[in-house]
Design a protein around this ligand. Structure first.
Ligand code: NDP
Length: 340
């Protein structure tokens, strides 16, 4: 690993999320730069590199991984590609920040984590919501006993997939499309983070209303039971323009309401309700992706863990896959306990 001043990142995937958030989040860190991008299309790699002033553009994974200026990779290709790309990056000695869902199967996700461990590189999952000041505050309130014993959670994450993203998520089951692997997986990670508990059982029903094709779902409602007894209700969709988003955690001594908090933006508010009434809890907003990359960079220096580790990504995937199976079967599905 080189000094802070020379830490180079390679982007695996010329994606929307890289363009909209991640290049900026990486460059916001002292001593980090994006030095290479790889796309399956050389033209897309070149135009992405030119637009974002990235010095090297590649159309093959091997070429990007052979670049000695690349020390860490950010993987944001479609979901079926993450596992093989992460394993190749680990074997080339590159640290890996990978998008969610980590993979399409638990076997692949575990193989990614093992490859990173064997190579001695850091693996992190880009679950952004745990970096939100709102969610960190909610977690702190729950841990401090502000609502007593948590009993229920409700996640409102039914949104409208913007036209520029109405592609593979809606018609490519082989790419890991559908709302469950896209949004439910984030809800699971957020609930695990807030509650400090693991989901153990799932039930659910899904909907294919008008956007999704090829047997994919564009809406889902699921219920998870956590190992601390909490029941969580999750409402996720690509099709709801006006639903609004947020989260509620209800305990035996109070409730926390997070409004507008299931967002990529540093926005939203936290309210605490208890016998004293309703109080707005102050939060200091900061960029979610910037904070996530900062934690990853600190982990590269041996300072703490990434905000969401590889194991966090494996566990959120396990629960999302269980929700998908529960929807398919119309039955309760147990979520496996996974360790590395
Ligand atoms: P995009 O559809 O923008 O990009 C995915 C891939 O599609 C790219 O890697 C690219 O392949 C290909 N692609 C991009 N533009 C074109 C085009 N014009 N024509 C043909 N192919 C194209 O996906 P997202 O950025 O929305 O998502 C990428 C990943 O990030 C997914 O895993 C998703 O789940 C995750 N994500 C995570 C978020 C988070 O907050 N953590 C938010 C949004 C997405 P190539 O690289 O070969 O050019």
């Amino acid at each position: 690993m080189s000094s802070d001043k020379q830490t180079g990142w390679g982007l695996i995937g010329a994606s929307t999320i890289a363009r909209q958030y991640m290049v900026e989040a990486i460059r916001a860190q002292a001593g980090q730069d994006v030095v290479a991008v790889m796309s399956s299309s050389s033209e897309r790699a070149r135009s992405f590199a030119a637009e974002l002033q990235i010095r090297s553009a590649y159309d093959s994974l091997d070429a990007l991984l052979a670049d000695p200026a690349v020390h860490a990779v950010y993987i944001s290709t479609t979901n079926e590609l993450h596992a093989a790309q992460a394993i190749a990056a680990a074997r080339a000695g590159k640290h890996v920040l990978c998008e969610k869902p980590l993979a399409l199967s638990l076997g692949d996700a575990l193989a990614m984590a093992r490859a990173c461990r064997e190579a001695g590189v850091v693996l992190a999952t880009n679950h952004h919501l745990r970096n939100a000041a709102t969610h960190r505050k909610i977690r702190e309130l729950i841990a401090a006993g502000a609502i007593g014993r948590p009993l229920f959670a409700r996640v409102f994450h039914a949104v409208y997939l913007p036209p520029h993203l109405q592609g593979w998520r809606l018609d490519k089951p082989q790419a890991g499309g559908g709302v469950i692997l896209d949004i439910t997986v984030h809800d699971v990670d957020t609930l695990r983070f807030l509650l400090g508990a693991e989901p153990v059982e799932a039930v659910g029903m899904s909907q294919s209303a008008f956007m999704a094709k090829q047997g994919l779902e564009d809406g889902a409602m699921s219920v998870l039971r956590f190992d601390n007894g909490v029941l969580a209700q999750l409402h996720d969709a690509f099709t709801s323009k006006y639903a609004g988003h947020g989260i509620e955690i209800h305990g035996d001594a109070g409730s926390i309401v997070g409004r507008n908090v299931m967002s990529q933006q540093p926005i939203g508010e936290v309210l605490l309700r208890n016998e004293s009434g309703e109080t707005a809890v102050p939060v200091q907003h900061e960029g979610l992706y910037v904070r996530g990359v900062a934690a990853f960079c600190a982990a590269l220096k041996g300072q703490g863990e990434p905000a969401a580790t590889g194991l966090d990504g494996i566990r959120s995937l396990a629960a999302a896959l269980a929700v998908a199976e529960a929807c398919r079967l119309g039955a309760l599905v147990r979520i496996p306990e996974l360790e590395l």
